[in-house]
Design a protein around this ligand. Structure first.
Ligand code: NAD
Length: 478
C-alpha cells in the first residue's frame, strides 16, 4: 500500500496515483471473482484490525480535535464494526442471483439480477467522523468485490495515519490503496476513469466531484450535507426532546452532517423546552464546558472562524443568546450555544452551521414551518418530536428529506437496514448495508430463453396481417 504526501510535487502525485490505478485495473477481475467467503474473510480482518487499533484510533482523534474516546467508540468504532457484522451476515444473500418475475409476453424465459462489482472505485472522505466515513464505504466496496482507492481528509492527519497503517497491514495496493493529501491530490484522483466515486463532504465540493465524474461517465454516490431541521410540536415529550437534542446537537461539537441544525418549537411549549435543554447542557457538560474533556473542539481555526462569524453576524442583526456564547480562538472552542430571534436573512438561518450553535425559532402554525422548510434545499435529516399522528403524517407527507427520526435524531444512521443519504442538494444515491453494497455494484440484467418456442420470435418482418393481429393481441392483453 502506498501513500502520497502533500509535499510531493504535483507531477509526482499524478504519476503515483496513475501507477496505483493501473495496478488496480489489472487486478480488478481477480478481485471481482472472489466469493462471498473470500470477501467475508477480508471484512473479518478489517474488523479485527479496527479493534486492535481501537486505542490508537482514540488517541489519534483526541489529537486531531479533542474528540472524547467515548464519542470515538460511539461515532467511529461502533458504526464500522456493526456495519461489518451486518454486511458479513447478509453478504451471501446480497450476492445471490435475484430471480425476477417473467411477463406473459416473455413466456419461455427466466430472468435474474446478477450483482457485479463496478470495478475500480474511489472513496473520498471528510474529517468529522474520519474512521466511520472512510471505513464505512470501504466495507461496502469490499463486499461488492471492487479494487479501491481511498482518500481520507487532510484535516484529521492522525486518524489518516492509523487508517494508513491498518490498510497497509491488511491489503496489497493492487487491491486497496490509501492516498493521503488535500485538494490537489483529490483533483488528480478525480481525473482518473474510476468506475464509481463515493464522495462524502460538502454540497459545493459534491458539484466539483460530479463534474469530474461526468468526464468519464463514472457513477457517483454523493453523501452531502445542509441544514437538517427539527420540529417540536405542543404534544411532544419535552424531557425526551431536550435530552435527545442536547445529545444530537452537541455530540462532536455539532460537526455532524445529520446534526439537528436548528429547532422549530411550538410557541406554547418553547419556554419549557428552552429551560429543559439548558438544564441538560449543564448536566452533560457542567457549568464550564471548556473544562470538561467530554466536550470536543472545532476541527481547526478556519472552521472556528466560520462558525464564530455566523454567531457574530446573528448578534449584530439582533439575535438573542439564550445560553452559552463563549468562545476561545486559541483552543478553537465555542461553548454550547442556543440563540433565539435569529433573523431569516442571516448566515445562521441560511447556511449549514456544522458547529455548536442551535437557533431556536418559535412557531404557531405547523403549515408555516412546513412551507419554510420547503422553501429551502431538501435536508439530509428532518426530525419530528410529537405524539400526534396527524402532525407527524402532515410533516412527512408534505416535506422531503434524506431521512427522518420521530422522537429522536441521528440514530437512523445506525440502522443498517435503512438507506442512508440525502436527496439532491443533500446527496445523490445511498449508502449503508445493502444500499452501500448496491452503490458499488452494477445490477446486471440476465435473461435466459429456455423454451424451444418463444412467442416474440414470431413478430419479425415481414409484418403480415396475421403478425399485426398478434401484435394487437400482445398490446391489448399482455
Ligand atoms: P469537504 O467537502 O470540504 O471535504 C471532503 C473531502 O473532499 C476531503 O477529503 C477533501 O480533501 C476533499 N475536497 C475538498 N475540496 C475539494 C476539491 N475542491 N476538489 C476535490 N476534493 C476536495 O467536507 P468536510 O469539511 O470534510 O466535511 C463537512 C461537510 O461534509 C459538511 O457539509 C457535512 O454536512 C458533510 N458531511 C456529509 C456526510 C454524509 O454522510 N452525508 C457526512 C459527513 C459530512
Amino acid at each position: 500500500m502506498t501513500t502520497v504526501s502533500t509535499s510531493t510535487s504535483l507531477s509526482a502525485v499524478r504519476q503515483e496515483v496513475e501507477r496505483i490505478f493501473k495496478l488496480q485495473k489489472a487486478n480488478q477481475q481477480k478481485i471481482a471473482n472472489t466469493t462471498a467467503n473470500d470477501r467475508r474473510k477480508k471484512l473479518d480482518r478489517l474488523h479485527k484490525a479496527v479493534l486492535k487499533y481501537r486505542q490508537e484510533i482514540k488517541e489519534a482523534l483526541y489529537n486531531d480535535f479533542r474528540k472524547h474516546p467515548a464519542e470515538v467508540d460511539l461515532g467511529d468504532i461502533y458504526p464500522v464494526t456493526s456495519e461489518i457484522k451486518h454486511t458479513r451476515n447478509y453478504l451471501s444473500r446480497w450476492m445471490r442471483k435475484k430471480q425476477v418475475d417473467t411477463p406473459m409476453a416473455q413466456m419461455g424465459t427466466s430472468s435474474y439480477i446478477h450483482y457485479e462489482p463496478k470495478g475500480v472505485v474511489l472513496i473520498i472522505a471528510p474529517w468529522n467522523f474520519p474512521i466511520n466515513l472512510t471505513f464505512g464505504p470501504l466495507v461496502s466496496a469490499i463486499a461488492a468485490g471492487n479494487c479501491i482507492m481511498v482518500k481520507p481528509s487532510e484535516h484529521t492527519p492522525h486518524a489518516s495515519a492509523v487508517m494508513k497503517k491498518i490498510i497497509n497491514e491488511l491489503f496489497d495496493e493492487s487491491e486497496i490503496a490509501l492516498v493521503e493529501g488535500g485538494v490537489e491530490v483529490s483533483t488528480e484522483l478525480l481525473k482518473l476513469p474510476f468506475n464509481h466515486i463515493f464522495f462524502t463532504g460538502a454540497p459545493e465540493i459534491g458539484k466539483i466531484v460530479m463534474k469530474a465524474a461526468a468526464e468519464n461517465l463514472a457513477s457517483v454516490t454523493l453523501e452531502l450535507g445542509g441544514k437538517s431541521p427539527t420540529i417540536i410540536d405542543k404534544t411532544a415529550n419535552l424531557n425526551d426532546a431536550a435530552h435527545r437534542i442536547a445529545w444530537g446537537k452537541w455530540i462532536n461539537n455539532g460537526q455532524v452532517c445529520i446534526s439537528p441544525d436548528h429547532v422549530f418549537v411550538h410557541e406554547e411549549v418553547a419556554d419549557k423546552f428552552l429551560e429543559k435543554v439548558k438544564a441538560k447542557l449543564k448536566e452533560f457538560y457542567g457549568e464550564d464546558p471548556s473544562a470538561t474533556n467530554s466536550y470536543n473542539r472545532i476541527v481547526n481555526n478556519k472552521h472556528f472562524k466560520r462558525v464564530e462569524g455566523y454567531f457574530e453576524e446573528a448578534l449584530s442583526k439582533g439575535a438573542n443568546v439564550e445560553f452559552g456564547g463563549k468562545t476561545d480562538a486559541s483552543q478553537d472552542y465555542i461553548g454550547p450555544t442556543i440563540m433565539t430571534d435569529v433573523p431569516e436573512n442571516s448566515d445562521l438561518s441560511e447556511k449549514e452551521i456544522f458547529g455548536p450553535i442551535l437557533p431556536v425559532y418559535k412557531f404557531k402554525d405547523l403549515q408555516e414551518v412546513i412551507d419554510r422548510i420547503n422553501s429551502n434545499e431538501k435536508p439530509l435529516g428532518l426530525y419530528i418530536y410529537s405524539n400526534s399522528r396527524k402532525n407527524i403524517n402532515q410533516i412527512i407527507n408534505n416535506t422531503r428529506a434524506g431521512g427522518t427520526c420521530i422522537n429522536h435524531n441521528l440514530i437512523h444512521f445506525l440502522n443498517h437496514n435503512l438507506p442512508f443519504g440525502g436527496s439532491n442538494n443533500s446527496g445523490i444515491g445511498k449508502g449503508n448495508g445493502f444500499y452501500g453494497f448496491e452503490a458499488f455494484s452494477n445490477p446486471r440484467a440476465v435473461l435466459k430463453v429456455w423454451s424451444p418456442f418463444f412467442v416474440l420470435d414470431l413478430l419479425t418482418a415481414p409484418y403480415t396481417a396475421f403478425k399485426q393481429k398478434l401484435i394487437d393481441f400482445t398490446i391489448k392483453w399482455l
